[in-house]
Design a protein. Structure first.
Lengths: 513, 450, 513, 450
């Protein structure tokens, strides 16, 4: 470790790390710590203050306090404010990270999520204390079912991957209920990594089908693996190449033919909101990524919410307890019910409730018209970028895309040595987050660009301009070198990822001293 | 078009023209006509923000939040601890809220360093060397811990104390349907795990033993006994700990846990009707390559400057696909950042103080309630922040009556904790409960159980 | 103007200005604007929608809409978030700006200020709808009177300068009521500029008295200008040199002797909280800067609050209406009253109410013990820095200071050409805000350093270290040059202030095109 | 010691030692013993944050805020306009909140540029070339405008329409005691300024004429007449405008105003019990050197990059001292930043829409109220967002009765507007009032005035 680059690690009030003021390292909370300092303040309770010894038997007591950190509130604020200045975010600029749908997160949702009537409700409060929450969840479920074209949904899964596993467990329960043991689940080679991982955890075997030359599922190859041992298939549509699987109806028919189920990975639902519905395409199970399509912010990697909607026949298997409308329409009451053949509970409580409240807000503000515009403008933006950039990069599948486009830096790399990764790093210092790189795996030197509908034409022009400039610069040796050494202007320069794995330092205490 | 999408009519026209299209509909020409939604979605047209906000306020006002009107004595995994304005202010900074998984570390040092600090704090609290960057919630952490243990030992039989939160055990059972793990229950006697009730033979030796500390009924379990059984059988010891109680309790790592899981809600998250919460997960260095989810490590940048990055990525689904240690992708990073802030605020003395004050309130409240005629304790082991009672009436009835008096009295216990009767109640007392509140609660309680 | 340096002025989503990503210029809102774009959303009311023509007669109607800016909510958020990344603040680091008391602003005060029960109250609501506000204001007034040692206060003045003028109008009214016309108000040469400006607006003439060699009012000079035409004297104590006027009691006696009044400029009250009170020193009128002493944040230059507390004899002249406790102690009611001989109203309503609520919060959290600690630790910090830095800079008044210390870069400038201004600019890129420079005017090359009590010893060490480094570097020609060219790492380099005045561009529309 | 001060006992000891002192008290040895407070302040000891917050919540709950319980029809300078979450979120970013006056422009471009944009927006709204960076409130702006006019014309007689907000006129009178300006009242007739009532001779020719647009009773004044009188006398025309109504009205600049003042609360600030609000101040370029307060200008940095800085500083008190154009130092910058954000959110179409919708609501409500028996209009000129009524009872009584029914009915008029009677009521209707609210208000009104 190069510690002398942290000259003032204990300097609490020094805006050491604010990029506003240079490129110093921000000390950790532990380096800011000073014995005896504190920030906490707790309510005066008047409860008799028995000593610890009277409350906890010796065998269970810690020998010494757990050393967390000892900082003042002032230093705590300085530290985390400075850290926030070392972090790119949607609120700072365009974030065209393919597959992640980094759109603008409306501030109204933040305001909703802190309403005490939502945020301060205990999840185990009795039904008559939570009528508003139950109604909210039912309202969201109804909307999500309409949007996906399904019959019923569970809101419990905390993210997309949890939704996938839920879907696979539903498949499993469905076949088990029929006494039909099936082992295989088909996924295309372009699928997101969570799909195969979920298949394994669902107790199935992955059967991979290749994509064809047009970037869609190779239908012949698919037919060739379909048999009575196939529990189902997991697809995204548009797929991870941003392309619409035109043959989806035939695929659905063929899978249904052998008794299999179709699972829809909803990570790309943004592309088709209000235009076409998974249910109408023939899917039986659908998960939604509310943190993508419905703009509940990603929070640096979470929380999300991954509700799973299903067709009628699978509804009896949904996880419980489910929020349910009871009583008649004129005087609705809400309560919890558990479906007859429920696969069981998926979450400690009822899912990421405040994320769900944000998503409902988003749905209501947009409405049917607004949601359709979301899809249309997301697709418009992606196609505009695709066309504009097709002279700078390879376009492995040269046809209209949906909400994102996958380009390749393959020729660029061959000609100049500048890889997709270098393009990504150079773009960072042009004021944009980079696209997703090296995914999907089937495209060499992939750059997966998802502008989303909340970026303006002006932004797209600036983004395209920056990418074009990077490509143009790469033509000279100095330009190419600059790209491979980029970024230069960020709080840290290119980070040594290999070293992190080789010399693992997962905590401050693991640092070599 | 909404104020979130910037496209003017002129923009749309010029973009369509550039694409050689004449309408937005044409963008979807690849979608078979028959599949396309005719007439649009059957949901109302978009409403302006203030109308939607009013609707959400209506819904919110149909709830009874904890606070002045409903003083919280409920726990069972969701606790009413102090969340100061400073934690809320810092955790809601939009750079933390509106960023994605730190795939480009050069512009994500803020989240990465905060998570690195979170990992360090969880490691110190749990007493184990490694913590991941968070999982969905306590239940998810338990599921992953069991998966880790089964993978590490190659044994699919897992023994779980009945003192582990019942909804976590439900979740474990749900997921075991996929993995095929065999989950066995270890019963409680007077609120403590009855280790002697574990019985297995060579064919179903345990891959893991899971115990909670404190357990669901608030009791401090004998982790020494659990560790000894693991030593004898080669099982891993998984401890479901509580990060606040850890402020005064011997750490699970100190007791010999291999994996520690927990619910991190108490570290700065509001009750939130159950989510988003925070799955805590720590393990010994031996198991780091089986660690589920993201892990942040320290490294250097091209100029030798200290930097952070997600590491040991080869474990994860996007690289290892069907062989990944877990399928988790999106986790609860913002909650991990929140917990780092909250733990920074609490610090060494604060975490102990919160635990101690909770224990004092619990003692005071429990002593008083046990004096109420007809009310009995279900347990004998020492308790810390939560305790269970047997009531002379249905506990659901008691909870409703007390809600009318302004108290969320606790959580009704599953009959499995009360020999099949619905009269068990789980009561939690945090450092936020004042003596006046507890006294009023006890009075109301007396009336309600009469 | 050098416009080609703003290449992407219309690029909404480009984090162009985020220093995180380099040093580009952030376009103005007007450059982000695109005709037809909008962000607003208003409540659906159902009110009949008459046309503008039916509502406003032609003569009063605008010919064309007022061209503000046309941006999406997303671009609005990007723009102002990026601007915030170009701004130093207390939350980012130490801000030792002398005379300004830039201490940590507790976040609890922000939480109080947004309570709907405070923030959404109409100022003209009837008394029975505002009992909480009235009680709050009375509670604050009582606390401020105790802290200053005075009898009654007005909370109306919106800042310190408004408080000063209020005080001078109180003096005027006091003498007028006695039929005693007096023209002169004495202020020391070290006084803050608002003092003389207020004197003029109060209708008095300024008489300046010099400071003596010890940095205090030259008592002899003062006595020599005291006569029956003197309405009073305005003093800060500690004064703007951070020094305590030890002779204050004699001064007070002398001024009172000629029938004059003593006005206390409370900008420096932080130094003496709970230790000594203006009232006990003999002052008759005191203003407080709540945004300084009581940590209501400065907001980039305001809002503040400048309550004025007075001794008993001046209370009948206070501005009205005043929040007042009515009824008996057992069932208090609150209402408005106007003092008998009130000088009149000073604010459109009741002063900067939410700032006042923050200040009360601060007072209650600190209490008598905490407030005294504030003063003690502020003084401790300042003296520590003074001593530590006295070998690097000239110490024009080499004796213990109170909450701030004034040093001079006079020798440094003579030896190296590096001025106080250069030191200030260099310090910016060391991660600290700079001290106040060139004030007070009586000290050559003044550096006025006020660390405040919320900075830790570690921060003081880092700050002192940085200043020492700057001085040491100045010894070499390159170092001196670097200082005079500093800062290098900030979002913009040294700003051309002269040009701004010479070619005045006060709005976007005034830019030469 | 509080969590805000970081000093540990060890820090204090080491610092005292460095200073050669043995106690903190010694730091104050320069303070004469006799003056030092013995026994400390007579205020309670410090309380932990949660206790204080509870106290402030108690106080807050003793108020009746505008909202669902008390639907707001009050104005008189403080209006219930929409403040969206986005404005609140951006304006509360801590970089804006916790910074000082931008004395070091290199690290204050954020605030400086936001204020520059604010100045541009106010300039466009007012129709004048220059706006300052804010003053305390509308009243303060009026005072400064009169000072400017007196300075520019050398005449101390100022004629102020009675249609200018009475509390602003009060403030003007208060400060005139210091400056010696002579303030003359121009009466209203049927709600409009009675220009003919101005009478003066050569010795007291006006330095300024002040008129409000719309005026306090909501009426649109004849600014043409006012301008003509200024032209005749050489007085400056000062217009007190409303920035929201300016969205549809001809701008004061267009009418020929020399100075425009206004209250900016309606541009994104909550009602706030009257403050902090925002004094708007704009003038023609002729008067820029007399402009009170801070002014931000565009310039370049050492590398020629666009930059912003406070300029024409020689006007200000810190440089010009007793000869400064004003004594203002701390102003309302955060509110100016808020207004820039809010005006960015409203934009060209939004500001017109808010004004138009307010006018519609006003028309609808006024028409209905004027049908209530015993209720009459006090004015004849066109009104926009506010109107005045004569009631058949004391207006204070009406307001109290309607508050009981859940309406803040308006602001009781000073008897000078109703020939000495206390039966005048000023009612405001913003774009936030729904038809349902207005209908309910009218019904309640009927009952209340019966
Ligand atoms: C195509 C696809 N499927 C599934 C997922 C997993 O969703 P989550 O991250 O919410 O678990 C993602 C997330 O990136 C994805 O892009
Ligand atoms: C000594 C002194 N007096 C008066 C003032 C004026 O106070 P305000 O800025 O609140 O008007 C200041 C502000 O900087 C000051 O430092």
């Amino acid at each position: 470790m190069v510690d002398d680059l942290v000259p003032a690690a204990a300097a609490g009030g020094r805006a050491a790390s604010a990029p506003l003021l240079g490129r110093d390292t921000e000390p950790t909370l532990f380096e800011l710590s000073e014995p005896g300092r504190s920030a906490w303040q707790l309510r005066t309770t008047g409860v008799p203050d028995l000593a610890l010894e009277e409350l906890v038997p010796e065998a269970h007591r810690r020998d010494s306090p757990v050393a967390l950190a000892e900082v003042s509130e002032r230093d705590l604020v300085g530290h985390f404010t400075r850290l926030s200045h070392r972090q790119f975010s949607v609120d700072l600029g365009a974030y065209p990270l393919g597959s992640c749908t980094m759109k603008y997160n409306p501030k109204i949702c933040d305001a909703v999520a802190v309403l005490p009537g939502l945020a301060d409700v205990h999840p185990a409060a009795p039904a008559n204390c939570i009528q508003g929450w139950l109604e909210l969840l039912v309202e969201l479920e109804v909307a999500l079912c309409e949007i996906t074209g399904m019959a019923a949904a569970t809101l419990q899964p905390a993210a997309g991957a949890a939704g996938e596993l839920t879907g696979l467990l539903l498949m499993r329960a469905w076949f088990a209920a029929k006494g039909d043991v099936r082992r295989k689940v088909i996924i295309p080679d372009s699928a997101h990594g969570t799909n195969p991982a979920s298949v394994t955890l669902g107790g199935f075997e992955v059967v991979t089908v290749p994509s064809d030359g047009r970037g869609c599922v190779d239908v012949e190859a698919l037919y060739s693996v379909l048999d009575e041992d196939v529990a189902g298939i997991m697809l995204t549509n548009p797929n991870t190449l941003g392309l619409f699987e035109e043959d989806i109806r035939s695929i659905a028919d063929a899978v249904h033919e052998v008794g299999g189920l179709l699972y829809y990975d909803g990570a790309n639902l943004n592309a088709i909101l209000g235009v076409v519905r998974p249910g109408d395409m023939g899917f039986d199970i659908v998960h939604l990524n509310l943190h993508k399509t419905f703009a509940t912010p990603h929070g640096g990697g979470g929380p999300g919410a991954g509700p799973v909607a299903v067709s009628d026949r699978l509804a009896p298997f949904l996880p419980g307890p489910r929020p349910t409308r009871l009583g008649d329409a004129s005087s609705p009451r809400f309560g919890w019910t558990t479906p007859e053949r429920s696969i069981g509970r998926l979450h400690s409580w009822h899912g990421n409730a405040l994320v769900l409240a944000r998503a409902l807000t988003y749905v209501l503000v947009h409405g049917n018209d607004g949601l359709r515009d979301v899809a249309r403008l997301a697709v418009l933006n992606a196609n505009w970028l695709r066309k504009r950039l097709s002279s700078s990069f390879d376009a492995p599948y040269d046809r209209p895309c949906m909400h994102e486009c996958v380009l390749s830096a393959s020729s660029l790399k061959r000609a100049t040595g500048v890889k997709a990764l270098d393009v990504a790093k150079r773009l960072l210092e042009e004021g944009f987050h980079s696209p997703t790189v090296y995914f999907p795996l089937i495209v060499d030197e992939a750059l997966m660009i998802e502008p989303t509908e909340t970026e303006s034409l002006q932004t797209l022009e600036a983004l395209a301009g920056a990418l074009e400039r990077i490509v143009a610069e790469a033509a000279t040796p100095e330009g190419a070198l600059a790209a491979t050494e980029a970024p230069h202007l960020t709080p840290v320069r290119r980070v040594d990822e290999a070293r992190a794995a080789r010399h693992l330092v997962p905590t401050f205490d693991a640092r070599p001293s | 078009m909404s104020g979130y999408t910037p496209h003017t009519d002129a923009d749309v026209s010029s973009m369509l023209e550039f694409l050689g299209l004449s309408s937005l509909d044409e963008l979807f020409s690849v979608v078979p006509e028959a599949l396309r939604l005719a007439g649009g979605l059957d949901i109302p047209a978009g409403l302006p923000e203030p109308d939607v906000f009013a609707h959400m306020e209506d819904l919110a006002s149909a709830n009874r939040p904890c606070g002045r009107d409903l003083v919280c004595f409920a726990g069972a995994g969701a606790y009413d601890h102090e969340v100061p304005p400073v934690t809320r202010a810092l955790a809601s900074r939009s750079e933390f809220v509106t960023s994605y998984t730190p795939y480009q570390p050069e512009v994500a040092q803020g989240v990465l360093q905060a998570v690195f600090e979170f990992q360090t704090l969880v490691s110190r609290l749990s007493g184990l060397a490694v913590s991941n960057a968070s999982l969905y919630d306590g239940a998810a952490s338990l599921v992953e811990a069991v998966n880790l243990a089964v993978g590490a030992t190659g044994r699919q039989d897992v023994w779980v104390s009945h003192g582990v939160n019942p909804s976590w055990r439900d979740v474990l059972a749900t997921f075991a349907a996929g993995t095929g793990h065999r989950i066995h229950d270890i019963p409680l006697t007077a609120g403590s795990t009855d280790w002697a009730a574990m019985s297995f033979d060579d064919s179903d030796e345990p891959g893991a033993i899971v115990v909670a500390y404190p357990n669901y009924l608030g009791c401090l379990e004998d982790l020494g006994d659990a560790r000894a059984r693991c030593d004898r059988t080669g099982a891993l010891l998984i401890v479901a700990f509580d990060p606040i109680c850890a402020g005064i309790l011997r750490s699970p790592g100190d007791w010999g846990a291999d994996v520690v899981v927990g619910e991190g809600q108490a570290l700065g998250m509001p009750l939130s009707f159950g989510g988003p919460y925070l799955g805590l997960f720590a393990c010994t260095m031996d198991h780091v390559r089986r660690l589920p989810g993201r892990l942040v490590g320290e490294t250097v940048d091209a100029e030798g400057r200290r930097a952070y990055v997600t590491t040991l990525r080869a474990r994860e689904q996007d690289i290892r696909r069907e062989k990944a240690t877990s399928n988790v992708c999106t986790n609860q990073t913002l909650m991990a950042v929140t917990a780092a802030i909250q733990l920074g605020w609490l610090g060494t003395s604060g975490i102990a103080e919160v635990a101690l004050r909770s224990a004092r309130g619990t003692r005071y409240c429990r002593d008083a309630l046990l004096k109420v005629p007809g009310v009995e304790s279900l347990t004998t082991a020492p308790v810390l922040r939560e305790f269970s009672l047997r009531l002379p009436l249905e506990s659901e009835m008691a909870v409703e009556r007390l809600a009318d008096e302004g108290f969320l009295a606790g959580v009704a216990l599953d009959p499995s904790y009360t020999q099949g009767h619905g009269d068990g109640l789980l009561v939690a007392v945090t450092e936020r409960r004042t003596r006046a509140e507890i006294d009023a609660f006890v009075s109301a309680f007396e009336k309600a159980v009469r």
